[in-house]
Design a protein around this ligand. Structure first.
Ligand code: SF4
Length: 486
């Protein structure tokens, strides 16, 4: 059997054709020269690669570039970026590129579903995928009779709670490979001028299949039940809430998403987890994750430069460099500190705190996509393109979302405990106490009134804007704030 070249995000057994197949891994320093990644992300990737290289039949080649490393004939599974696919097709020693693995649905599934549709909506794709793969189905009907159990989920955090009080995910124990990775990264910073963002810290995410399986089992047993109701809630004292934190090992290819959703479904069938929680989790993986993956390839390469709302400001330094201490707004400061210290916050801080703030201020969507890609342990180009350009920044003018995810402080106030301890007031839009999210929301609507006028889901907010007496003051206030940290 021809040896398989495995990229650093293809580390699980499902990227091989048989258990003993010879495999080749490449550790390229050039990757880290091109972008300033989060230090903990660089650590995780190198640790995962080097741990995988300990397995029988797997060889790790250290080289500046992939071209230098691939000196024997290899096969490879379809990689996860356009640049990597271009490279694979140019390298003469790659004898075959196999279809992509590591997702539940195939490109053919997606194309069959998408053909002829004007608007691509995750909900429709997700239902189609569940039917095709028989996931959470009772015959032709969705388990429980409904496709979407969101109304049972999306609860605010429990009143007066400072944490969700669910068992913590099992800690990762670092070993001598991690020690070596840390020493190498220190040296690269010192001697090779390679830079990172964020703080170093103990490795928090799985780097081996064993660690990933331990986390999966623990999540399904202890955290899946509260995941559903609290998947959108935020608490300053509980960064993980009941999230699975499996996105990093999934995106490293350590877990097969099908095994992950099958475990969750099994828990439901055995009466160990409620349907609403299991459905919410399956939706995140078979719905969002697969949908975003296919959109990366389905949309034209120029999609990443989409900028329908003409947002042209560059990211301010305090944001780009994760300077949480420069920020007084409690929600943004805490979330930025989470990115700085862990390289991870869950989907609502990403969307409603970070992305919402950037969209309100007119920051360039491509710069935000790149920032998310570099700063998050689970960030890859395919993950962040549609998620940030389309969903978070509404820069594609509705090709994948029906309205912008813009909201004022009221949403953050309802879904978190941030506002109580904040120097701003979520109900105030003008003046010293004005919440930057509330003020920013109205200023965003005022700036984009024309561009959003044809969107029927924006009719009500735009009518609200027209009733405000202080729009001019709001807009001036936002101009005066400029790119200063709030
Ligand atoms: Fe965030 Fe505004 Fe609430 Fe402060 S008042 S925590 S800035 S939403």
């Amino acid at each position: 059997m021809t040896p398989r070249w495995l990229f650093a995000d293809q580390l699980g057994p499902h990227f091989l054709d048989a258990p003993g197949q010879e495999a080749l891994l490449v550790e390229s320093k050039a990757v880290f020269r091109r972008r300033a990644f989060h230090r903990q992300k660089a650590h995780l990737i190198l640790s995962a690669l080097r741990h995988r290289a300990q397995d029988d039949g797997v060889r790790l080649v250290r080289a500046e570039t992939y071209a230098e490393a691939i000196t024997q004939e290899v096969t490879v599974c379809h990689p996860t970026s356009r640049a990597a696919r271009g490279l694979v097709t140019r390298l003469p020693r790659v004898v075959e590129m196999l279809p992509p693995r590591g997702f539940v649905t195939t490109p053919a599934d997606f194309t069959a579903w998408a053909r002829g549709r004007d608007h691509l909506r995750m909900e429709d794709f997700y239902r189609d995928a569940r039917q095709r793969h028989g996931l959470l189905m009772n015959g032709d009907e969705p388990a429980g009779g409904k496709w979407n159990l969101d109304h049972d989920n999306r609860e605010p955090p429990p009143r007066n709670a400072t944490t969700l009080d669910v068992p913590e995910p099992p800690a990762v124990v670092e070993d001598e490979i991690d020690e070596q990775v840390r020493a190498d990264l220190d040296r690269w910073e010192r001697e090779d001028g390679i830079t990172f963002v964020g703080r170093d810290g103990p490795r928090l995410f799985p780097a081996t299949r064993h660690e990933a399986l331990v986390r999966l089992r623990h999540f399904v047993t202890h955290r899946l039940t509260p995941f559903g109701p609290y998947e959108d809630a935020m608490l300053a004292g509980d960064p993980w809430m009941s999230h699975s934190m499996l996105s990093a090992p999934l995106n490293l290819g350590l877990l097969d998403p099908l095994e992950v959703v099958e475990r969750a479904e099994e828990a439901y069938r055995e009466g160990k987890a409620p349907l609403a929680s299991v459905e919410g989790f399956v939706r995140q993986i078979v719905g969002w994750r697969d949908f975003i993956w296919h959109l990366y390839w389905y949309f034209e390469p120029g999609y990443r430069a989409s900028n329908e709302l003409r947002a042209r400001k560059e990211l301010p330094r305090w944001f780009a460099e994760l300077d949480a201490d420069a920020v007084e707004a409690r929600c943004l400061s805490d979330v930025l500190a989470g990115v700085r210290d862990r390289g991870w916050v869950h989907h609502i801080p990403r969307l409603m705190v970070l992305g919402n703030y950037a969209m309100q201020r007119g920051w360039r969507p491509g710069a935000m996509a790149d920032w998310f890609h570099r700063s998050f342990v689970d960030g890859y180009e395919w993950v962040m393109t549609a998620n940030v350009i389309g969903m978070s920044q509404f820069a594609d003018h509705g090709r994948m979302s029906s309205k912008p995810y813009a909201s004022g402080g009221a949403y953050i106030n309802r879904m978190s405990d941030y506002c109580g301890g904040c120097r701003y007031d979520p109900k105030v839009r003008v003046g010293d106490d004005a919440c930057p999210y509330t003020a920013g929301y109205w200023a965003f609507l005022a700036r984009n009134e024309q561009a959003l006028a044809g969107n029927h889901r924006m009719r009500q907010p735009l009518n609200g804007l027209r009733r405000l007496a202080d729009v001019e003051a709001l807009v001036e206030q936002e101009k005066a704030r400029g790119s200063r940290a709030p």
